[in-house]
Design a protein around this ligand. Sequence first.
Ligand code: ARG
Length: 597
Amino acid sequence: MASSTLPSLPHVPGTDPSSCILDCFRTAIAKRVSDALPPLTLDQAYTGVDYGKKGMDFTVALPRFRLPGKPDELAAKVLSNCSSPTISSHPFTHDKQFLHFQLNSASLIREVLNQIHALTYESPTGKPSYGTNTSGAGKKVVIEFSSPNIAKSFHVGHLRSTIIGAFLVNLYKTCGWDVTSLNYLGDWGTQFGMIAVGFEKYGSQEELQKDAIKHLYDVYVKVSRDAESDPNVKVEAAQFFKRMEDGDESALVNWRVWRELSVKKYIEEYDRLNVSFDRYTGESEVGKEWQDKALEQLDQQGLITDVNGAKLVDLEKWKMGKAVLRKADGTSIYLTRDIAGAIERYEKYHFDKMIYVVASQQDLHLAQFFKILSLMGFPWADRLEHVNYGLVLGMSTRKGTAVFLNQIIKEASSVMHEQMRRNEDKYNAIEDPEMVSQEVGITGIKIQDMAAKRINNYTFNWDRMLSFEGDTGPYLQYAHVRLTSMERKNPELLPLPPPSQIDTSSLADSTHARDIAILLGSYPDVVKTAMKTHEPSGVVTFALRLSHAISSAWEMLVVKGEKDLDKARARLWLYLCARDVLGAAMRLLSIRPLERM
Ligand code: ARG
């Protein structure tokens, strides 16, 4: 069995056949087209090779090249050019201005599986690397995400930021970037004055130790209620916060404990979501120096107006309104902290890019501080990027509105647990149903969250997201578990011989095998596209399509019971490659693929 069925081809910049075999097929098609249609260059032709329509693998739209001549005649020229190397044994077709190419199935399947195998089990990096690339090598990105507010609720908006942010961290790492992940806690501001006042009345050390996040929230709710009837509460709170801002140690001792205990709790909960941060920073860490300097500099630039002692920056010229940079009592503000925080981060990390994963409700806020930094003349201001997302509607547990992350996770686990109990035989075979239901439940939440474009709002729906049917998280986990079971169920075929000794020719006749192979081959493209769009939805769609392709193949491409061992081995190899790629896609989405359920 020849190890490569491909002709040797010239290199097109930006492609890398050693990590993406479809680049090679596309180059062959581009060469054929450009050879037939001078003065079209290979690189130009390459940009015209798109994924195919109408069941074809690739399609070239001829008019985009703006060549003289009728599309029909141009197509005929390409069709009659037989001198170029080809991997398309079926004569390709054209309809009107489109040229369609269908790859030779045997070659496609062979090459895709070879590449996955090589990059998974003989990877130059020692780690499975199929789907990774080195486009970000030597570059630094800071990704800030999740960023909940201590003592306030961790709402679904923060959950979305967490899920999308974790995906981006994985994605940038997959593309070779040096990534620093930050959680920018809302750990500063007048609400801490409120809690300080409230804690004297409602605080309990015991409750605090048990669950700081919840207890501080409870105190905050109670003291806010008091404030409604007693205006003194707010005054006292503001005075207390002023002392904190002035660095009064006696005003900071408690706050420090609250923060530390909350972070400890967060770390546990994020861990259940398979999420972690390189650093927990927060609004409290932003220094005064740059906040003052920013105000001064903007003042010199004539952008500041004073309104009763408060300082406002005027961004009307850019249709971004007016924004307060400093309150009349001199205390700092969210916006000012973001300005100074970005400057400090640049000094610390010298990033090539910094991403903020924040809800679209804060579009204006982000636009304002990006603009201010650029007005201040920081050359790196254009390296900041806001990755936004829409609202989650109707999120509640069966007992009411969920406000804490642990409630959301608990609810997902218990709904999933009930779901699993319905199939008693299966349920009894599961070793650790608690763990499995939690993992599958979390997968359900994540897939629902990432299934559509970020900017869309969506409605939280437990039944839909936790069903085993349809495009759901449980469906993906199930597909992975089934693929994983192949090895366990076919010990007589293992270990598989090296790829060069597996005869894959029998797979070429199966449209199922072909569908799976081309999907597997497209995975590196899926990763590259996600890098451009910062959308997890493309990866979700990929994983679901792959799972569907596999489930339609099950009955036709059987392994267990296939008498022809060569056939059985080839099929098993295909399934194991599918398992590896599906697992990689799930991990990219921050999901832990299960081996049994
Ligand atoms: N803590 C903020 C909130 O919950 C989100 C912080 C977003 N990040 C930032 N750099 N402003 O609304």
